[in-house]
Ligand binder design. Structure first.
Ligand SMILES: [Zn+2]
Length: 344
């Protein structure tokens, strides 16, 4: 008897759960049907999730999908369609480094693509902006794509929107990144694009420049017993040291780092390590904002007797990361070419 009754409850429980789920779903559908203001964010959320699924999981680009549409339209094997599909790989890519911009013009009687490649390290930030004349209606396929070092296929990361707004992406994987522009078949399209690459966090020592950075990441220390897990930024004693992200300060005293701070940006974010401070500017456990002074450059710990400097390290899930790319000068977007007076 006991066995039978317990079996009945285990059958009833999933059924009750399914019923509850259906009720919730019905309520959600009813709410979305009535409330137009809720419908739009819900649709945007769903389309963003689908875009993520298509680009990041399946690795399909909007260009690939358009290629399929050409096939469905019966143009799949035509010379024209083949040339269209091959255009991005046939184009001579423009390699750039810190800043790039272009006025893109595609004529209706040519099949071509424009490609701009930049090599980026982990911790760099990429910014871009795309504008199209308001009277331009044909589709322009504009994508940001990624290729890992030693890989030969490109993966689409984002479809660029021609909203004339600056966009930003922090680089998590080192490799080549490219912007690809290609209009739909037989369409005349104009667009203005600009991009810039640089660091993703501010310089931790106020007023310091790239030339003040020494003591490279990974070089042997203590006769090879350990490696240098950061960079040294040289500055005079008492130079302010600032928070590179919003976060919480955890003070350390003693040990190799002397007076040191761990700045934590929150769950899943890297931790930033500041060592050899002369003194602290904030209390242990303090919440600070990016740019706030948290301490002053010194030579405490095992830097005693040597030149004053900040030892700066970045730690993420996998251990220490080279901070050099993170603290490069931040990207500055060049102004888009103003073509309003251009008649061509
Ligand atoms: Zn150091």
């Amino acid at each position: 008897m006991n066995d039978a009754s317990s079996a009945r409850t285990t059958v009833q429980r999933p059924r009750r759960r399914l019923g509850l789920l259906l009720c919730l779903l019905a309520a959600l559908i009813a709410m979305l049907a009535v409330r137009a203001d809720l419908r739009r964010p819900a649709a945007a959320f769903v389309s963003a999730r689908i875009a993520h699924l298509v680009y990041e999981t399946a690795g399909l680009s909007p260009r690939t999908i358009y290629g399929w549409r050409l096939t469905i339209a019966g143009l799949g094997d035509s010379t024209l369609a083949r040339r269209w599909r091959a255009a991005p790989e046939q184009a001579t890519p423009t390699r750039w480094r810190r800043q790039e911009r272009a006025h893109l013009t595609f004529a209706a009687d040519t099949v071509s693509a424009r490609v701009f490649v930049v090599r980026l390290a982990r911790g760099e930030a990429l910014r871009w902006q795309l504008r199209r004349p308001s009277d331009d209606t044909p589709v322009l396929y504009a994508t940001l794509e990624y290729r890992a070092e030693a890989a030969d296929t490109w993966q689409t990361l984002a479809r660029l929107s021609a909203d004339d707004q600056p966009h930003r992406r922090v680089i998590e994987h080192a490799g080549d990144y490219r912007f690809v522009f290609q209009p739909e078949l037989l369409a005349a399209v104009r667009a203005d694009w600009a991009a810039a690459a640089g660091g993703s966090i501010p310089m931790p020592v106020k007023g310091a420049r790239s030339r003040d950075i020494g003591g490279g990441f990974g070089v042997p220390r203590d006769g090879g017993a350990r490696r240098h897990e950061g960079v040294d930024i040289f500055a005079g004693r008492g130079t302010p040291v600032v928070a590179v992200v919003d976060g919480r300060v955890s003070r350390r005293t003693g040990g190799l780092g002397g007076e040191a701070i761990f700045l934590s940006g929150g769950f899943g974010q890297p931790s930033y390590y500041y060592a050899h401070l002369d003194r602290f500017a904030v209390a242990d456990g303090a919440r600070v904002e990016r740019g706030e002074v948290i301490g002053y450059v010194g030579n405490s710990g095992n830097a005693a007797g040597g030149p004053t400097h900040l030892h700066f390290g970045i730690y993420a899930g996998g251990g220490a990361i080279d901070p050099a790319a993170f603290i490069r000068p931040m990207p500055r977007l060049p102004a888009l070419a103003n073509r309003t007076t251009d008649n061509g």
